[in-house]
Each structure stands twice: as C-alpha cells, then as structure tokens.
Ligand binder design. Sequence first.
Ligand SMILES: Cc1cc2nc3c(=O)[nH]c(=O)nc-3n(C[C@H](O)[C@H](O)[C@H](O)COP(=O)(O)O)c2cc1C
Length: 181
Amino acid sequence: MSKIHSVIRERYSPVIFSSKQIDEETLLTLFEAARWAPSSFNEQPWRFIIGIKDKNENYQKLLDSLMEANQNWAKYAPVLALSLAKKNSSVKNRPNRFAQYDTGMAVGNLLAQATSLGLYVHQMGGYRVEMVKELFNISDEFEPMAAMAIGYKGDIDLFPEELKERELKKSLRRPLDEIML
Ligand SMILES: Cc1cc2nc3c(=O)[nH]c(=O)nc-3n(C[C@H](O)[C@H](O)[C@H](O)COP(=O)(O)O)c2cc1C
C-alpha cells in the first residue's frame, strides 16, 4: 500500500463533504483528465452531466434521482455528476462492447486528477435510472453509468453520528494473490 502512488493511495469515497465550492477552472481539470483516457478505437464514449449546487438546475435533478440512502450524505457535496456511456460505435453504428469499460477508465482519470487536487469523489450506482433518463432526456443511445458526488473533505465533527461511523470505517481489498491469476 505504501509503495503505490499517492493519487491511488489517498483516494477513497467519503460521506463527509465540505460545502466549499470547487472553482470552475479546477472542476474543468477533472473533466479534462477524463477526456484524455484511452478508449477502444479512440471512440471516447463517455459523457458527463454536471450539477453545481446553487448554480445550475442539474444539481437538484441529480440529487432527487439518488436513492435516499445516498441523498443523506451526497447532499453536502457541492458538485454532483453522472457518467454516461455511448452504446454504439460512431463509425460503424454497431454495439461498442467497450463503451462501459472506457467510460470507467475516463472516470478513473477523473478520480486521479481529483485526488491530486485535494478533491474527493464518491461514486454511486444507487440512483433511479429511469428518472435520470427522463429528467435529462437521455436517449437510448446512452447508458447511464455511475453518479458521483465531488467535493472537498468536510469537518467530521459537524456531521451526524451515523455518517461519522461510515466515514471512519476501514475499506478492505482482496489480497493480491486472489486477483493475479
Ligand atoms: C459503480 C459504483 C457504484 C457505487 N455505488 C455506491 C452507492 O450507491 N452508494 C455508496 O455509498 N457507495 C457506492 N459506491 C462506492 C463503493 O462502495 C466504494 O468505492 C467501495 O466500497 C470501496 O471504497 P473506497 O472507494 O472508499 O475505496 C460505488 C462505487 C462504484 C465504483
């Protein structure tokens, strides 16, 4: 663990977010990092819906779409986002079986960039897929992937006990010999 790069080591998914806004230029660098991810045939199938608290209406729509268990903590984050994968390849208009894989890699870049800037990202699969499709007029061309809460870490002492406990819970991983086959 200590030998891996700090952008990997220090990343985790918090439930304690500060209300501090992310300045626009900093936020843009996260999506710029995503933009430079590798993808099959350089298709770049990722798209992002971005909601900024008190700045655009996407924020409330994304928050409303989250499962209540996620809303409980995600509501503190200043930015919410949703990744989408374009299902078909643009060149041949046939299913791109790497669309979701590539979108995940773009988010991986975003996570590394965020960590390098002292930002944290907590991804969520727990949201109402049909609701986001409707609220954002997402066509069948795209598959909604993970929602994300993005922000700076908050002061743990200011948060409810239940979130404090979750925040301090240790995150475990499978041992190396289980994943290296
Ligand atoms: C695709 C995806 C969906 C996830 N969905 C949720 C979710 O709905 N709610 C939640 O609290 N965490 C969610 N997580 C966060 C994971 O639980 C977390 O990444 C995992 O437990 C490892 O912890 P760490 O990110 O702090 O290292 C999700 C993560 C991913 C990548």
